[in-house]
Design a protein around this ligand. Structure first.
Ligand code: GLU
Length: 277
């Protein structure tokens, strides 16, 4: 088994991250496999070296060791562009110039009604009729969306928490819409880079919070489109604050660093997330 922990260095690690990292680590070690660490820093406007340094420090303090070199997504842009160019040449992508406001307005048209999917507002497809010159590489600073209607209409499956989940590309169209593959600011999107890297690192089991469970069908569809294997998924419960609210990155109250400063031990952290010390 090969698992990974893939934090974004945009804030302090909190209890939810510790839970993901500990679970992924323990599963790999119990199977005699490998636990890998990947820094997901494609959003260079928010990623900070200091947060990355703090991630290593917190993980070491928790007693976690990782195998092989750490991968950093900002070093891998060429790999993402190669795949984007390929998808573009295959006619799956289109340039979208809509602002959030445009999307909102289109969705507010009387016959539509705004709906949210795991990737935000479900895009109504406004830009899909724009001319595409697939013989020239796509611009790097444009929003590129995947036209789901260009995927063959098939049923895809994956295993989540031991259960088989099935969905069709048509379901994906309805529940997610034409999602973003290439971003204006970061060139690639979370969905594309996570799928490429999980495959490139040979990840067999993805362990992460339940907040990403709905995004998994996006990842499985991309794996199919790119001819990549689908890992087994494990989405764990979210760690919540006293008011039952999901912990956010900006929410320092549950930061590992804060517990450390207050004298907690790694065993305390394990206990707080419901793992045996
Ligand atoms: N980088 C993502 C985050 O920090 C996690 C991605 C994943 O595990 O697929 O929320």
């Amino acid at each position: 088994m090969i698992t990974r922990f893939a934090p974004s260095p945009t804030g302090p690690l909190h209890l939810g991250h510790a839970y993901s990292a500990l679970l992924a680590h323990d599963m790999a070690r119990a199977s005699g496999g490998q636990f890998l660490l990947r820094i997901e820093d494609i959003d260079q406007t928010r990623a900070r070296p200091a947060w990355e340094a703090q991630i290593y420090d917190d993980l070491r303090w928790l007693g976690l060791t990782w195998d092989g070199p750490v991968w950093r997504q900002s070093d891998r842009m060429e790999s993402y562009y190669k795949v984007i160019d390929d998808l573009w040449q295959r006619g799956h992508l289109y340039i979208c110039t809509c602002t959030r406001r445009d999307i909102q307005d289109a969705l507010n048209a009387p016959q539509e009604g705004a709906a949210f999917g795991p990737d935000g507002l479900i895009y109504p497809g406004t830009c899909k009729h724009r001319r595409r010159d697939i013989n020239r590489p796509p611009p790097r600073d444009a929003v590129l969306r995947l036209e789901i209607a260009t995927l063959e209409d098939i049923t895809l499956t994956f295993v989540n928490n031991g259960l088989q989940v099935a969905f069709t590309t048509d379901d994906l169209h309805q529940s997610v819409g034409d999602f973003v593959i290439g971003r204006k600011d970061s060139g690639t999107s979370y969905h594309l880079s996570v799928v490429i890297d999980d495959a490139a690192q040979g990840i067999t089991d993805v362990v992460r919070g339940a907040d990403l469970a709905d995004a998994t069908q996006i990842h499985v569809a991309l794996q199919h489109l790119l001819g990549l294997p689908t890992p087994t998924y494990h989405h764990h419960k979210l760690i919540r604050d006293e008011n039952g609210k999901r912990l956010a990155k900006r929410d320092d109250a549950k930061a590992i660093a804060k517990f450390r400063a207050e004298g907690a031990t790694p065993a305390d952290i394990r206990q707080m997330v419901g793992l045996a010390p």
